[in-house]
Design a protein around this ligand. Structure first.
Ligand code: CR6
Length: 775
């Protein structure tokens, strides 16, 4: 770093260490790439608008098995290892579960040795930073790239010129698209090293650049701002991550971003293929493309366009090749989150692609004349339908979600193509989400069954015989207790609040959304607080309720829920009568790193979405794997978690997906529920009357009104059952050994939720790809 150690800051140590680790990764990376070219097997390309990778330094150290050496080396300099790690900003190139799933998949692809590449956007500003001012969410830009980023390799030689708008003409019988607005995509590569450094793949992110970055004439004429205008405009395309979650922004820039990274990736894939092969018809044998949700769906028509317009294959042949390469993962059934573009906007930006989509529809109809199901209809381009029609396989992300896909959004298309939809239940990487984030539990497991579980998580089953032994269970309890104390210190230091480490740690961390029902959780907390106040000396099971999560900037109701939780926390935490039994805290700026601190310390995992709404969830898996019990509905992957960990080790409550649909038919379902449950009525009344906002008593009337008069997400109808399940949790927590046994069984039986298992499923059912590592 060119500095005397005496003057080095943590930043300098981190950079020095990162470069040392990076050096060791590069050798393996180059070897893996060489091997991939030599073997010439099928390669997987994972196209995703989001990669929520978080920090990378610890990943590298852990995967290369250098934890001890690094710790020791830093010690000789008198530098604390943890403080160096804590200096790294999170790469927050994603909103939530979808982006984090993509990051877990990269880890698993490298661990398994599947030749693969992730393609996405190099956002200069990741997901916004969240802070609270008087309990309200305030957003500020996230600037992770302001410091040098040691993990990326700029590839200025890998650039593609892309275009928008312009005209479609015919030249010598071929259709030619002449875009009028040009820009370049420049590649930045990050190596992704797998467990034990046996394999490394590449994450390639595209940045926007101007074709002619600087206008010297304008500069010399004195118009300095205009001289750099092209560059500024081109760069905006990779400037921001849309801060939306399950909710479409519908902006022109968003569509441009989607085309930008999809088209650059397709060109890159073709360039690589054509460097090694002559016959484009072999493409599906060598290339599997996975569309992570519909954001990269335009990759289909773009590949088709190049094959047909530029390489001269017939339309039918081009379509067949495209179909052979493309697959699509659906991540939500929420209608507002299924992308649809106004055909005029779409046609203006991508005139040739609109024509191609019509021809795709045409060909699909001719092949399936029984029904007219098209991607373009009602003045819109429907990206879900387009992806389905173009894809070879379409998958859901949990058993329930896949089943609902067949019955709802894709019912008709599924009828035409009954073999197309498959299920691949999500998973999480055990390297980050157990081994690294929970060193105490990781050591206990390794002491008990060896370290084979880290790359073969189902070996956790072998823990079951230990769970009956008192001394083992004692150690297991001690690990959780220690993790809770560590978290208490962390929170005290950063947020000035002392939590009671003996209380049950009850945690809900995820994006704030009505369907995820953070408001159900806080309503129950209010009712519980009221009950404690009725009998202050009562024998209550102490609770600490922890929340964290960001609300989309324009989602006002979600932001009001955050405000309410902060206001409730203020009142409850200041109450001397209840302080020993209940504490509430909302931690700001939830991100991957904060999740790594929280999950190992959790006793109770809140997975309480309205049934039928959460496609899978992945936080639910991380908690179970770290020995928390779930309180949850039968939604998403909760269903499969409960099946595996055992129903006696899971606090189930609430309506089922089909009951939810029935219940909505009752016009006064919420009022009926309120009338039947005095606790609920009293909690709502406290919100309505300003108990938590005395200076502004009307602040939460609209939340109480919404829950009383519309309550689309059935908070009121599920309240009583939720309350009951919470009391069951209290009851179980009174017996520490019983609780520990249940928690340990959650660990032992969560091995199936490894993303290694998920990726093997994709390789076998969808991609037809193979590992290049010796077993
Ligand atoms: N919001 C689902 O809602 C799922 C992830 C990853 C989501 C969530 O249940 O676990 O994808 N969907 O499959 C979308 O982002 C559209 C999510 O993260």
């Amino acid at each position: 770093m060119g500095k005397d150690p005496e003057h080095a800051k943590f930043f300098d140590w981190r950079m020095a260490l990162s470069h040392a680790i990076r050096d060791r990764i590069v050798d393996r990376w180059v070897a893996s790439t060489r091997r991939t070219y030599e073997q010439d097997g099928k390669r997987v390309y994972y196209l995703s608008m989001e990669f929520l990778i978080g920090r990378l330094l610890e990943d590298g150290i852990v995967n290369l098995g250098l934890v001890e050496e690094v710790g020791e080396t830093l010690r000789t300099f008198g530098i604390d290892y943890r403080s160096v790690l804590e200096d790294e900003p999170d790469a927050a190139l994603g909103n939530g579960g979808l982006g984090r799933l993509a990051a877990c998949f990269l880890d698993s692809l490298s661990t398994i040795g599947c030749p693969a590449m992730g393609y996405g956007i190099r956002y200069e500003n990741g997901l916004f930073k969240q802070s609270f001012v008087d309990g309200r969410q305030v957003e500020s830009p996230e600037t992770w790239l302001q410091e040098p980023h040691p993990w990326e390799f700029g590839r200025p030689e890998v650039r593609f010129t892309l275009g928008f708008r312009g005209e479609v003409t015919t030249e010598n019988g071929r259709t030619v698209w002449k875009p009028s607005e040009l820009l370049q995509a420049e590649a930045f590569d990050t190596p992704i090293v797998g467990w034990q450094g046996r394999w490394a793949n590449t994450l390639r992110l595209w940045a926007g650049r101007a074709v002619d970055p600087f206008d010297l004439d304008r500069f010399n004429a004195g118009d300095f701002a205009a001289a750099a205008e092209h560059e500024a405009l081109a760069r905006t395309i990779s400037r921001v991550l849309y801060p939306e979650d399950s909710n479409e922004a519908g902006k022109e820039l968003r569509l441009k971003q989607e085309f930008f990274f999809s088209a650059a990736s397709i060109r890159d894939i073709l360039r690589r293929f054509e460097g090694q092969h002559e016959d484009l018809r072999a493409l599906p044998k060598k290339v599997a493309i996975q569309l992570n949700d519909t954001h990269p769906a335009i990759a289909g028509p773009e590949l088709l366009r190049i094959l047909h317009d530029e390489r001269g294959l017939s339309f039918e042949e081009a379509l067949e090749i495209t179909h052979g390469c493309m697959n699509y993962t659906n991540h939500t059934l929420l209608p507002e989150a299924l992308e649809r573009w106004d055909e005029r906007l779409f046609g203006r930006l991508l005139p040739r692609h609109l024509q191609i989509i019509d021809r795709i529809d045409d060909a699909h109809y001719r092949a399936n004349p029984t029904r007219l199901l098209s991607a373009r209809s009602d003045g819109q381009v429907k990206m879900g339908e387009l992806s389905f029609i173009v894809a070879n396989k379409v998958n859901g992300v949990s058993a329930l979600h896949t089943d609902l896909m067949k019955k709802t959004v894709f019912k008709d298309l599924h009828g035409l193509h009954p073999d197309r939809i498959v299920n691949e239940t999500n998973g999480v990487t055990p390297r980050r989400w157990l081994h690294s984030c929970n060193p105490g539990l990781s050591s206990l497991i390794t002491d008990s069954i060896g370290d084979g579980w880290i790359a073969d998580l189902e070996q956790l089953e072998r823990l079951e015989p230990f769970i009956g032994k008192d001394d083992w269970l004692h150690r297991f309890r001690a690990v959780k207790a220690e993790n809770k104390v560590t978290l208490c210190d962390y929170i005290a230091e950063r947020h000035g609040m002392r939590l009671n480490p003996d209380a049950m740690f009850d945690i809900q961390i995820k994006r704030i959304h009505e369907y995820k029902r953070q408001h159900l959780n806080i309503l129950e907390a209010i009712a519980h607080w009221q009950e404690i106040k009725d009998t202050p000396g009562g024998d209550w099971v102490p609770r600490v309720k922890i929340f964290a999560g960001k609300a989309a900037q324009g989602y006002h109701f979600a932001k009001d829920i955050i405000h309410l939780i902060n206001d409730v926390a203020k009142v409850v935490n200041a109450d001397a009568e209840t302080r020993d039994s209940l504490q509430v805290i909302f931690l700001p700026n939830y991100n991957v790193t904060l999740a790594e601190h929280l999950i190992p310390a959790a006793d109770l995992s809140e997975q309480i979405s309205t049934a039928g709404k959460e496609a899978s969830g992945t936080g639910n898996m991380k908690f179970a794997l770290n020995g928390a019990l779930t309180i949850g509905t039968l939604d998403g992957a909760n269903v499969e978690i409960r099946e595996r960990v055992g129903e006696e080790n899971f606090f189930l409550f609430g309506m089922l997906a089909d009951e939810v649909m029935q219940r909505r038919m009752i016009h006064d379902h919420a009022q009926q529920a309120i009338a039947a449950d005095p606790r609920l009525a009293r909690a709502l009344e406290a919100i309505r009357s300003g108990t938590f906002s005395p200076q502004d008593p009307g602040r939460y009337v609209h939340i109480a009104d919404n829950l009383t008069w519309s309550d689309y997400f059935l908070v009121c109808s599920d309240f009583s059952a939720y309350w009951q399940a919470q009391r069951e949790a209290d009851h179980a927590y009174r017996d520490p050994d019983l609780w520990a046994r249940k928690a340990a069984l959650n660990v032992a039986r969560s091995g199936w939720f490894s993303s290694d298992r998920t990726i093997r499923g994709y390789m076998c059912d969808i991609w037809g790809a193979e590992s290049l590592l010796a077993p």
